[in-house]
Design a protein around this ligand. Structure first.
Ligand code: MN
Length: 730
């Protein structure tokens, strides 16, 4: 069993190492306080509870946080689990520590795994906490790390739940905060419970090959060190095996067994100065053969999580490729501990490293206006998608989410630039404002004082959350009257679609209740919010639908009591009648046959139009389908009808993708693996060889919506030798 003494000693060691001037009497007071408060609690393994806060404080010290954070870590479960109060902690340890403990408590009380909505709400809380004091989140991550390290004492159900949560939230967050070491450990620990067989296979393999691996790594390491020493470059070079989860992912993605994987070795070369980094790079390329296309310079263009290094992949005499990362000691610390290291640095110097926190700032701007679901959706885009790096004409680097347009760029510079934008130049040529920016593009925004401000279409064109938020803010401020009109129209049409009477909104008792449920003071405020895009009409109506239906029912029951002979108007039945057919609602037509056009196989999320066929109901095409191109033709116009997707439907839709490939053995298997891991139902998959060593696969499969389709398409395009894809043309 683990003892208090062991844990205290190792925490003390960490504090001495990272905070040599720490006041140990204060630490001891917090330890005693926490110990007294938790005295009746035990860990699941039977050891005293205090071991947990000690271990968390140790991690917090290791990642380089300050005294307040260590005290906060020691006390982090006190408010949650014992009779300790905010006031008491504040009195003994000060306001900052009390705030930290309170913040961690709030996060602890949020459950990330209940419903989608709750999970999003929690993520939002997490980001809020981050905005107030990043240390709260860092302590929470340390807390989760220790809980993951001691996961073996939990029930299997709890293990799975906690590990999922760790993979969904804590590991990506640690990644985004630049804390690679902790991210890796969280991932490996999760994998151990989520895919125990795979985890064991990999670890067994690694331990069986340990000697061989070490021999290989030592040879390379010596070779590099030798050369650098002879050249007079101070360096520390070492090899390592990539972490278990990253090996696991490679196996999954490439459909290989572990002994078929080559790139599991990575070498690191840490030096004193940036010029040394580039010198070392030259020597590495001289010593080994370069693998083309793998060199990346994250020193001149740091990753958004502040990571900096040079990366290159080379092949030695043994024929085994390996990656070499070259960085300075400062970059090294940032790579390991990320935002925590920078936080410390910032505290120490008092100087602004604000631009390093660009993404935190963006996040905060974003969170003011949006509701939870939308917030998290956009967060996922901003946080986890790849970035593109583009330049201002003066050479400043701007990082944007992948797929960004000049609109995103303009708003990233300043909202004033975005609002005055009338056009854009990319690489000195006039470009469309919806052009997709590529790495290295030089973007210039053309502005005019007489510009009318953003257009509503921009909301759907822009990719970054930051731009969307700023555009919405503009509409919110500039166009209240207009917003109310727009918002009211879409709200009322949604009410109509759901067969809800508008009169319900002004029913004396109901009105106040509905407004409260929607959190608006009056209807105009809500219409304005819908108008500027802060809330969707679907969501607003969804929130009050049940209440209205219930109230209507109650009224009907009352009426029936007075007039028992009257037929009961069945609200439910009305709703059902308006229900979508095959997930599609045809406007102005109550109920009709729906089929999906074979030529373009639309899926939810696609813009669609309907065509009234002779005898087969309405056929639904993608709006961009060539067969729908002539819908303005007056001879046919009457047969084209407006249709849209019903939002709640979850039934699958069939679609077709064609892949262009370079012919090779095993490609079909790779494609099949992607489809299987994506868990979609494949209806048909065919391949044919084309002249010139090329081939084409056609896959017919089911997806829920266009987002799912796009994510699968992205995965397919990641397969080696898949060169292009097309939505099905039959
Ligand atoms: Mn805890």
């Amino acid at each position: 069993m683990e003892t208090f003494e062991d844990h205290y000693a190792s925490m003390q060691k960490a504090i001495h190492k990272y905070l040599p001037n720490a006041d140990m009497t204060l630490i001891d007071r917090a330890v005693e306080y926490a110990n007294a408060k938790h005295q009746y609690q035990k860990r699941k393994d039977g050891s005293p509870y205090i071991i947990h806060p000690l271990a968390v404080a140790e991690v917090v010290a290791e990642i380089g946080l300050d005294m307040d954070a260590i005290l906060g870590a020691l006390l982090h479960d006190c408010i949650e689990d014992t009779d300790a109060s905010h006031e008491e902690i504040e009195k003994i340890f000060g306001a900052t520590v009390a705030e930290l403990v309170e913040g961690v408590t709030k996060l602890t009380r949020t459950d990330f795994t209940t419903s989608e909505q709750a999970q999003m709400e929690s993520l939002r809380k997490m980001f809020m906490a981050m905005s107030k004091d990043i240390r709260v989140v860092l302590i929470k991550i340390a807390d989760r790390l220790h809980n993951m390290r001691t996961m073996q004492y939990q029930t299997p159900a709890k293990q799975i739940k906690k590990c999922r949560e760790t993979m969904d939230i804590y590991a990506p967050l640690a990644h985004r905060l630049g804390m690679q070491r902790i991210k890796w450990e969280l991932e490996d620990l999760s994998l151990r419970y989520l895919a125990p067989a795979d985890y064991e296979e990999i670890t067994n393999y690694l331990s069986a090959h340990k000697e061989q691996d070490e021999q290989f790594m030592n040879t390379i390491q010596d070779k590099i060190t030798d050369r650098l020493t002879r050249m007079g470059i101070q360096s520390k070079t070492y090899g390592r095996i990539k972490h278990v989860y990253s090996i696991y992912r490679k196996m999954q993605n490439q459909g290989k067994t572990i002994d078929e994987l080559y790139d599991i070795y990575a070498f690191r070369c840490v030096v004193d100065t940036i010029p040394d980094c580039y010198n070392v790079l030259g020597h590495i390329h001289d010593l080994f053969n370069l693998v083309p296309g793998r060199f990346k310079d994250y020193i001149s263009t740091p990753k958004p999580n502040m990571y900096q290094s040079l990366h290159t992949t080379v092949i030695g005499k043994q024929g085994i490729p390996f990656e070499v990362q070259i960085r300075t000691w400062e970059m090294h610390e940032t790579a390991e501990y990320g935002i925590a290291a920078h936080w410390k640095y910032k505290q120490g110097t008092g100087s602004g490293t604000e631009k390093d926190f660009e993404w935190v700032r963006r996040l905060l701007e974003t969170q003011q206006d949006s509701d939870a679901e939308e917030f998290v959706q956009s967060m996922k885009i901003d946080m986890f998608d790849d970035e593109v790096f583009v330049y201002t004409p003066k050479g400043r680097v701007v990082s944007l989410p992948n797929g960004s347009t000049p609109i995103d760029f303009a708003y990233a510079i300043h909202s004033g630039v975005g609002n005055a934008m009338i056009g854009a130049k990319v690489n000195n040529r006039i470009a469309n404002i919806d052009a997709k920016l590529k790495n290295g593009d030089i973007v210039e925004i053309l502005t005019s004082k007489s510009a009318k401000g953003p257009s509503r279409d921009w909301l759907t064109i822009c990719k970054s959350n930051q731009a969307r938020t700023k555009i919405k803010q503009w509409f919110k401020k500039e166009k209240r009257e207009e917003n109310i009109i727009h918002g009211r129209a879409s709200f009322e049409s949604e009410m109509k679609r759901m067969a809800l009477p508008l009169t319900a909104l002004s029913e004396p008792e109901l009105e106040a209740h509905l407004l409260k449920k929607l959190s608006f003071a009056n209807w105009d405020d809500m219409y304005a919010a819908i108008g500027y895009g802060g809330l969707t009409a679907t969501k607003a109506v969804g929130r009050i639908r049940d209440d209205i239906t219930k109230a209507l029912k109650a009224q009907n029951v009352e009426k029936e009591a007075y007039n028992p002979l009257r037929m009961k108007p069945d609200t439910e039945a009305v709703l059902r009648n308006r229900h979508a057919v095959n997930g599609v609602i045809v406007e102005d037509i109550e109920s009709c046959m729906i089929k999906f056009a074979k030529c373009c196989t639309p899926v939810p999320g696609d813009a669609i139009v309907g065509f009234i066929t002779k005898g087969f109901g309405v056929s639904v095409h993608r709006a961009d389908c060539p067969n729908a191109a002539n819908r303005d033709d007056p001879r046919q116009a009457a047969r084209w009808v407006r249709v849209r997707w019903a939002t709640q439907e979850e039934q699958p839709f069939e679609t077709t993708l064609e892949l262009d490939c370079i012919t090779r053995d095993g490609l079909l298997l790779d494609v099949a693996t992607v489809m299987t891991t994506a868990r979609v139902r494949v209806k048909e998959m065919t391949g044919k060889d084309l002249p010139g060593g090329r081939s084409m696969f056609t896959i017919r499969f089911e997806v829920k919506n266009v987002a799912e389709l796009e994510s699968i398409r992205k995965k397919l395009l990641n397969i080696r030798d898949v060169t292009g894809s097309r939505r099905g043309q039959v």
